[in-house]
Design a protein around this ligand. Structure first.
Ligand code: CAP
Ligand code: MG
Length: 427
């Protein structure tokens, strides 16, 4: 009998302290599903390609066990001793490590992760969560709004801050650096922070509304610590990190730093589609989003369904539920979660959006979201301030249940935007 089958036990009932992963798996030619399932459970826990003379009962006792095989979907339970609590890199290296490269599988995708309760004590989770962000932004019910000054990189600090200032004056709540804007020669980090936060204060005085700014601190961890400190020193409330490119160690370090400086974290997910786009192989955005909530981002990009980037309605809405609700019931290969006291994350919908699409995004994702428009504001024929006004008008219309067409009759900025974009979906 292949030693891999020791990692398959279809009668096993996971204990409450087991971490569980759900995989979609297609075995390689000539490898049975059971054998391949055993190899996944083995390689992601404490087995290897051959029997071992060093194996002892207490080591075998903590092996991963595939306890469910339904069609292409496996569920594997991992006992607590396999993991170092509080160490996301180690967790991912276990159940999202070597297994994707095994010759025994043709395709393998990590679809979902169920974190046992004890894990919540070893990670910080979101510091503010949706309620905390709404509280400090003084926005009670409507979706919050953000904009990325576009062109995404190349503008000088003055050009960037002017675009942001006009967007704040027009009604946008948050400014946001683009994923690839950090501290380039034309727009260095420190001057951008100082200039933009001064203009933010001015925009707050003029509009009477709270404004904030997701400043991208993505870099090596030491630089991120310095940059977070600098943002806090100049009165910022948020930092932004590209969670996939700074990595799990980077995100955990930023989360710890943000506790010291009471800074919220906006999680951008650039690079995610390198491994979550293929429905047969890689790691789902759902699994990524749950890891981000556990580590503790306050906001996270989850997609739009109708914008310029991929993400089906079922996938995006489910991710929205998983990051915003406390109790998610299992269904089929999805494992659900009992988040307990882990705060909800503000789902950010962004990517090819314009005002003609906003009511549909709200219908799909609800109002407890942040709607981000970059080109959808700075492509407005009358400029960024008008573009921002049009965004707020489209949200007001949706909140009042009035069609955009009707509402635009006495809201010129909305009318102008609809004339340019209508309700077309970008490709
Ligand atoms: C949107 C954006 C965001 C994407 C990220 C961009 O700009 O700034 O990075 O939304 O995608 O660079 O494309 P636009 P996602 O509003 O001009 O499209 O939110 O899916 O992670
Ligand atoms: Mg961007």
């Amino acid at each position: 009998m292949s030693q891999y089958l020791d990692f398959v036990d279809l009668s096993y009932k996971p204990s409450s302290s087991d971490l569980i992963c759900s995989f979609r798996m297609q075995p390689a030619k000539g490898v049975s599903v059971k054998e391949a399932a055993g190899r996944v459970a083995s390689e992601s826990s404490n087995g290897t390609w051959t029997t071992l003379t060093t194996l002892k009962p207490h080591i075998r006792a903590i092996r991963g066990r595939c306890f469910s095989i339904k069609g292409e979907y496996l569920k594997i339970a991992y006992p607590k001793p396999l993991f170092e609590a509080g160490n996301m890199p180690q967790l991912l290296s276990s159940f999202a490590g070597n297994i994707f490269g095994m010759k025994a599988v043709k395709n393998l995708r990590l679809e979902d992760i169920y974190f046992p309760r004890y894990m919540f004590r070893s990670f910080l989770g979101p510091q503010f969560g949706v309620r905390g962000v709404r509280r400090f932004m003084k926005v009670r019910k409507r979706p919050m709004t953000a904009t990325v000054p576009k062109p995404k990189v190349g503008m000088t600090t003055k050009e960037h801050s002017d675009v942001l200032f006009n967007s704040w004056l027009g009604g946008v709540d948050f400014g946001k650096d683009d994923e690839n804007l950090t501290s380039q020669v034309f727009n260095k980090f420190e001057p951008r922070v100082k200039t933009c936060l001064k203009l933010r204060d001015k925009a707050e005085k003029i509009t009477g509304e709270r404004k904030s700014y997701f400043i991208n601190i993505s870099a090596d961890t030491r630089t991120m610590e310095k940059r977070a400190k600098f943002v806090a020193k100049h009165g910022g409330e948020y930092v932004m990190v590209d969670v996939c490119t700074v990595g799990w160690a980077g995100l955990q370090t930023v989360r710890e730093i943000c506790s010291d400086y009471k800074l919220a974290i906006h999680g951008h997910r650039a690079f995610h589609a390198a491994f979550d786009r293929n429905p047969l192989h890689g790691m789902s955005m759902l699994a990524l989003a749950k890891c981000c909530r556990l580590v503790g981002v306050d906001n996270l990009h989850i997609g739009t369904v109708i914008g310029k980037l991929v993400g089906s309605k079922a996938e995006v809405t489910h991710i929205g539920e998983e990051v915003e609700k406390q109790l998610i019931s299992p269904s089929g290969h999805l494992l659900g979660e009992k988040w307990g006291s882990v705060k909800p994350v503000l789902a950010t919908s962004s990517g090819g959006l314009h005002v003609g699409l906003v009511p549909q995004v709200m219908k799909t994702l609800g109002n407890d979201i942040c709607i981000q428009l970059g080109g959808g504001i700075h492509g407005h024929p009358s400029g960024s301030l008008a573009g921002a006004r049009a965004l707020r008008q489209s949200i007001d219309a949706a909140m009042q249940g009035v069609s955009l067409k009707k509402y635009s009759k006495d809201h010129v900025e909305l009318a102008t935007a609809l004339k340019k974009w209508g309700s077309t979906r970008p490709v």
